[in-house]
Design a protein around this ligand. Structure first.
Ligand SMILES: Cc1cc2nc3c(=O)[nH]c(=O)nc-3n(C[C@H](O)[C@H](O)[C@H](O)COP(=O)(O)O)c2cc1C
Length: 183
C-alpha cells in the first residue's frame, strides 16, 4: 500500500528546542516539482529531518516548515525561483521529533532546454555558521511579530528597511552572513 503523503498539517504540533547540527562537509539535497512536492532527497536529508525516504518522496516540502520561519521568507523564495533566478537564504527546519536544524540554502530552477520552461527545482543546503544564525534568528522573530499585526507585507517592509539601513541587497546580506560577517 502506498504510504500517505505528508504536508505541514502532519508536522509535529509541539516543536522543541533540540537542535540537530549538520557536519561541516554535509550537504542536504532535495528536488521538487514546480509546486514544491519532493521528488528526490538524499540520505542526509532523511536523517536530519527524521523521516524515511518513502515518507518524503511525494510529500510537500512544507512538511519540514518550522513555525519560527516568517511567511515572507518563503514568499520571497518562490518569487525569486519562479523568475528563473537563484535563491540564497537561511532556513530553520522542523524535524519529525519536533527538533530543528538551521541551513544555508541555495535553490535553483531546472530549465528544460528545448521549451525554456521550469521543470523542477533543486536545493542544496549546508551548515549555517553560528554567527549567521545568531543574527538572522532575531530578525525572523521581528518579521513574525510584524506578520501577526500587519501580515506578510509588514514583514517584507521590515526586511527592506533593514537592508536599506545597511545599504545591502538581500543577496549581499545573506552571502555576507554566510561568510561570518556581522551586520
Ligand atoms: C527546492 C525547494 C526546496 C525547499 N526547501 C524548503 C525547506 O528546506 N524548508 C521549508 O520550510 N521550505 C522549503 N521550501 C519551501 C516550501 O515549498 C514552502 O513554500 C514552505 O515550506 C512554506 O510552506 P507554506 O507556504 O505552505 O507554509 C522549498 C521549496 C523548494 C522549491
Amino acid at each position: 500500500m502506498a504510504s500517505k503523503k505528508l504536508s505541514k498539517s502532519d508536522a509535529p504540533k509541539n516543536p522543541n528546542n533540540n537542535e540537530k547540527r549538520l557536519n561541516e562537509n554535509d550537504f542536504i539535497i532535495s528536488k521538487t516539482d514546480t509546486k514544491g512536492k519532493i521528488i528526490y532527497c538524499n540520505e542526509i536529508f532523511t536523517k536530519m529531518a527524521g523521516y524515511s525516504p518513502s515518507d518524503l518522496i511525494g510529500s510537500n516540502h512544507n512538511v519540514i516548515r518550522h513555525p519560527d520561519m516568517p511567511k515572507f521568507a518563503f514568499k520571497h523564495l518562490w518569487n525569486v525561483i519562479k523568475e528563473k533566478k537563484e535563491f540564497f537564504g537561511f532556513v530553520k527546519n522542523l524535524c519529525a521529533d519536533g527538533g530543528y536544524y538551521w541551513v544555508y540554502a541555495y535553490i535553483t530552477p531546472d530549465i528544460d532546454p528545448s521549451s525554456g520552461q521550469i521543470i523542477s527545482y533543486t536545493s542544496v543546503r549546508r551548515k549555517a555558521p553560528q554567527s549567521a544564525i545568531d543574527q538572522i534568528a532575531p530578525i525572523y522573530q521581528q518579521m513574525l511579530n510584524a506578520e501577526r499585526s500587519g501580515g506578510v507585507e509588514a514583514s517584507g517592509r521590515l526586511l527592506t528597511n533593514l537592508l536599506e539601513e545597511h545599504k545591502l541587497s538581500y543577496d549581499e546580506f545573506v552571502i555576507n552572513l554566510q561568510k561570518g560577517a556581522k551586520l
